[in-house]
Design a protein around this ligand. Structure first.
Ligand code: SAH
Length: 344
């Protein structure tokens, strides 16, 4: 069976041609799918026999809402989607001033093992298909009735560990006959899979690369992010320099503030040294406490001191506003809670 929504327009056109149909049928089917139809029956401008033929050879992915939580504080909505095979993933809709933004997942679970992250506790189950990544944007828009203008690949999973499907998704979501969301409105976050950063750089996409740094020295970073044992801070920064040279795009660094681990003055100084010569932006995130983890968020004073040290050194640093604090709206916490409840 063909996962029809994962096909790009060219592949769709070929599929329909192989069925003995004229080329324009490909675009018709493509357009229906990207409007979010859930069955071939709804494709009213296709003949009955053609719809039956499509039904025989292809399937349409349709996620259903397993749980939905709306923040009373700030309008953030968190979706737990149930996929065709029963697995669940999360999507968060955030209402920023610059537009409605969805934070989407790229895998069911994650195998990267970061010490502070809820998504990785039970490991990786599987990669998401391009269609399943796209569905999160499409069905969040349909369900909420809110137009989505920005996407961040910062949900469950490591996007560069599923690069092929993520690239296909980017092509689909960016296409003029689809949702048509511009690359400059998309951010991709990685824990630092160096060879894949180079692969991405070679494509010279206009998206924003976010690197989850969380510590400026390899000793600390290896303790909280196992990926650092494969690609250490030095290798990661060499890759960031290559990425910037190739794409000319400023890199954004994510830095979760963890009490006593990475929030000291010496950490800020080390970070400043590291960022020399790189056009960068530091996004400080107060750590979201995960039940299973001993790591605690930094105090407000520590966050402010850290930010000031960076700014005084000429490095743009923002403290991310936490949204949806009342609805477990971060980092795989809803899925984790849900599976724990189900398993008793
Ligand atoms: N795997 C990718 C994208 C998903 S995580 C990556 O590592 O970048 C998105 C961001 O949330 C990453 O910066 C991640 O390190 C951060 N994060 C995960 N758990 C967190 C927590 N408990 N508190 C704060 N940030 C967290």
């Amino acid at each position: 069976m063909i996962d029809i929504k994962s096909l790009n327009l060219q592949e769709m056109t070929q599929l329909l041609r192989d069925m003995g149909e004229p080329a324009f049928r490909g675009k018709q089917v493509y357009t229906w799918l990207h409007k979010g139809v859930t069955s071939f029956e709804e494709m009213s401008n296709l003949s009955k026999p053609l719809r039956a033929k499509l039904q025989e050879q292809c399937y349409i992915t349709v996620p259903t809402v397993a749980r939905k939580q709306c923040s009373a504080q700030d309008g953030t909505v968190k979706y737990l989607w149930r996929l065709g095979d029963g697995n669940c993933i999360e999507t968060v809709l955030m209402r920023y001033h610059h537009g409605n933004t969805v934070c989407i997942s790229s895998q069911v679970g994650c195998r990267m093992g970061c010490a502070f992250c809820a998504s990785t506790i039970a490991g990786k189950v599987r990669d998401l298909t391009a269609s399943e990544i796209l569905d999160q944007v499409m069905f969040t828009q349909l369900d909420s009735g809110l137009p989505i203008s920005n996407i961040v690949l910062m949900g469950i999973g490591e996007p560069l560990d599923n690069l092929q499907n993520v690239l296909k998704f980017l092509e689909l979501v960016n296409s003029p006959d689809g949702l048509n969301i511009g690359m400059r409105h998309i951010s991709l976050s990685t824990c630092g899979v160096v060879p894949k950063i180079d692969e991405l750089a070679a494509l010279n996409l206009q998206l924003t690369l976010s690197v989850s740094l969380h510590a400026p020295d390899s000793e600390t970073r290896s303790r909280i992010m196992p990926v650092n044992k494969a690609y250490d801070v030095e290798e990661l920064f060499a890759a960031c320099h290559r990425y910037f040279q190739k794409t000319g795009r400023r890199i954004s660094f994510e830095y979760a503030m963890i009490d006593g681990v990475n929030d000291r003055e010496q950490d800020a100084k080390e970070l400043i040294r590291l960022l020399k010569g790189l056009q960068a932006h530091v996004n400080m995130i107060p750590l979201n406490h995960v039940e299973e983890s001993p790591l605690k968020p930094s105090s407000r004073q520590a966050v402010q001191r850290f930010q000031k040290l960076l700014e005084d050194a000429g490095i743009p640093a923002t403290v991310r506003r936490t949204l949806g604090g009342d609805i477990d709206a971060s980092c795989g916490q809803l899925r984790r809670k849900y599976t724990k409840e189900k398993n008793g």
